[in-house]
Design a protein around this ligand. Sequence first.
Ligand SMILES: Nc1nc2c(ncn2[C@@H]2O[C@H](COP(=O)(O)OP(=O)(O)OP(=O)(O)O)[C@@H](O)[C@H]2O)c(=O)[nH]1
Ligand SMILES: [Mg+2]
Ligand SMILES: [Zn+2]
Length: 280
Amino acid sequence: MIGGFVFVHLDNGEETRCKPRGRIRDEMYPGDRVIVKDEMVEELLPRENLLMRPKVANVDQVLLVQSLKDPEVNFKLLDRFLILIESLEYNPLIVVNKIDLIDNLDKEIENALDAYRDADYNVFLTSVKDGTGIEKVKEEIADGITVLAGPSGVGKTALLNALIPGANLKVGDISKKLKRGTHTTREVRLLKMKDNSGWIADTPGFSTLDLDGIEAEDLKFYYPEFNKFLSSCKFNNCNHIHEPGCLIKAKVEEGEIASSRYDSYKTYFEMLEERGRQYD
Ligand SMILES: Nc1nc2c(ncn2[C@@H]2O[C@H](COP(=O)(O)OP(=O)(O)OP(=O)(O)O)[C@@H](O)[C@H]2O)c(=O)[nH]1
Ligand SMILES: [Mg+2]
Ligand SMILES: [Zn+2]
């Protein structure tokens, strides 16, 4: 929304400047589908979903970006993002950028990445600098609306520029502009990809992420690799922590579920449980 106007992408490929009618003005967000007549937005169509931060409607996938170096990869934070995105039922994709900055993946990182792959996440290793992996990411997000998210400095804006040649967003800059305070307008712009039907939104990076609204008892549903075993523990409501006859713990011991992911689950379960107790 700029000066009361919005830019609407029409079915015929054209973009037009429109004024939203009445209350629609306060209710519409980037990504919304609308009906336009005579340069007025007449109607807001029902949406699939609405991401709250940043406010983007009808999100199809979230590209979770990390970098291997400068800043170093933060799997704890990545797991938080994954928990949040799973709880919202979006499709997460993992991008690990700046592989040009290291000679070899060390064993620990390699294992951690395999753990995400085993959980059926798509993991892309990229370098915006030398172009590695960019085409693969592009293919994966060719349709629908993609939101980039991740810590500051990992290369989200640089990646967006690589995915949309000509977008020319200023690298190393966007977050400064957007972080000016809570009352500054946080304008999110969806950018259209060139040779397919996809749209992408950049977001400013952040270094922490609250798991507000997530219950300890629900956490197990947000670790996809647990899903196929969920109904097989001795206790129906097993949280896979101290319960006897727990199949998940057995699978971790057998190496079928990565211990790094189970440890992450346990850490966050205990954190959420502790938080729950404080509010009891
Ligand atoms: N070596 C190397 N540097 C990169 C790569 N991708 C991005 N960079 C650099 O990393 C720095 C940060 O990139 P940005 O794209 O601004 O990072 P960002 O994730 O958008 O950061 P915020 O907007 O603060 O959230 C810039 O100096 C980029 O040139 C890469 O693949 N390799
Ligand atoms: Mg940026
Ligand atoms: Zn169990």
